[in-house]
Design a protein around this ligand. Structure first.
Ligand code: PHE
Length: 337
């Protein structure tokens, strides 16, 4: 029996346990109720008394060796894999990191450019009343511009509506503060439009307002040229006469985009010029309606669509991409914020 024990001791020492299956096999073979060790303890009962001491000692050594081996295998297989079990060439699991939305990136960049020259951010509500969206901005009650903008009204409260432009925030700010006022007002606006590649029932604008003593049309032109140069890196602008009820005179601002590529030809319809915003000198009626003295103060305002600016910057050809949140569209904007 001593020989048998010696043999098993050696066998245990040579056994390699590399995984949980082998560990379980080992346990069954040696340590379970029907395992070798129990067999030996059964046999031990028949060992002659004078040999019991020696055999018993060896049997205990064997039992401890088997147990130690199994316990060691548990620690090894459950907690620490040996280096040979790793394949360092396998690519790691992909982690899906989020990105800022291109509209957020563009809005942030526009805001920062104006902050550098002393503008602050102001915001207002998306559900507005007639006064802040229309009447306070010099739209007469039956003015066609009210329809022009295809307004969503709140059915039960006809005085309430979803703002059709961020110009409403101008009125709120002029009511709250006396000049100097130097603010940019980003936000979401709504118009009752069919959704297409070029139009949507909700989009974003950023509005600007500068009111102080002796603010002139030349100040507006210089400010907007500075913006165009900082944002697009384009050097030339032109102002075309236009009409808005709340500015007089009013203008549309075009950027000289160039005609260097086929895309330039396409997006500028062969002219090289692109319209990017509306602007003008704040109408004295608008100043007066909000409690600012038009004899003392003058100012300019401008407003642009953030989607349009983002489409130009990133050469996106369909407005709907901005609202679908498809990760394949969003992923390239990672790290741009
Ligand atoms: N509110 C105008 C629009 O939505 C844009 C604008 C803002 C024009 C400020 C002039 C001055 O089209």
């Amino acid at each position: 029996m001593l020989d048998q024990i010696q043999q098993l001791l050696q066998q245990i020492a040579e056994t390699e346990i590399a995984n949980t299956e082998q560990a379980e096999q080992f346990r069954l073979q040696y340590l379970s109720r029907k395992g070798l060790l129990n067999d030996l303890f059964e046999q031990f009962k028949t060992v002659p008394n004078d040999q019991k001491k020696a055999v018993g000692q060896q049997l205990n050594v064997l039992k401890q060796a088997a147990q130690a081996k199994w316990e060691g295998s548990q620690a090894a297989t459950q907690h620490v894999a040996t280096p040979s079990q790793f394949d360092f060439s396998i690519p790691s699991a992909q982690t899906l990191a989020g990105s800022h939305h291109p509209l957020s990136i563009v809005q942030r960049d526009i805001v920062q450019i104006f902050e550098r020259i002393g503008f602050h951010v102001a915001e207002g509500p998306e559900i507005e009343d007639d006064w802040h969206v229309f009447s306070g901005l010099n739209f007469p009650p039956e003015h066609p511009a009210r329809d022009m903008q295809d307004t969503f009204f709140v059915q039960t409260h006809p005085d309430f509506l979803l703002r059709t432009h961020t110009s409403s925030v101008q009125v709120r700010e002029m009511e709250k503060h006396q000049p100097p006022i130097r603010i940019v007002m980003p936000g979401r606006v709504y118009r009752n439009e069919a959704i297409s590649a070029r139009a949507h029932c909700q989009f974003h604008q950023i509005e600007g307002l500068f009111i102080d003593e002796k603010v002139s049309f030349a100040d507006m032109k210089a400010t907007l040229l500075y913006f165009v140069q900082a944002f697009f890196g384009k050097a030339e602008i032109r102002l075309r006469p236009s009409y808005f009820p709340f500015t007089e005179p009013s203008a549309e601002l075009d950027v000289y985009w160039g005609l260097n590529s086929e895309a330039d030809h396409r997006i500028t319809k062969g002219t090289g010029w692109l319209e990017i915003m509306g602007c003008g000198m704040v109408d004295p009626n608008v100043l007066a309606a909000s409690g600012i003295d038009p004899e003392k103060y003058s100012g300019f305002a401008f407003g642009m669509g953030i989607e349009r600016i983002a489409m130009l910057r990133y050469q996106i050809d369909d407005l709907r991409h901005f609202f679908e949140n498809d990760v394949r569209f969003l992923a390239p904007f990672k790290g741009l914020f």
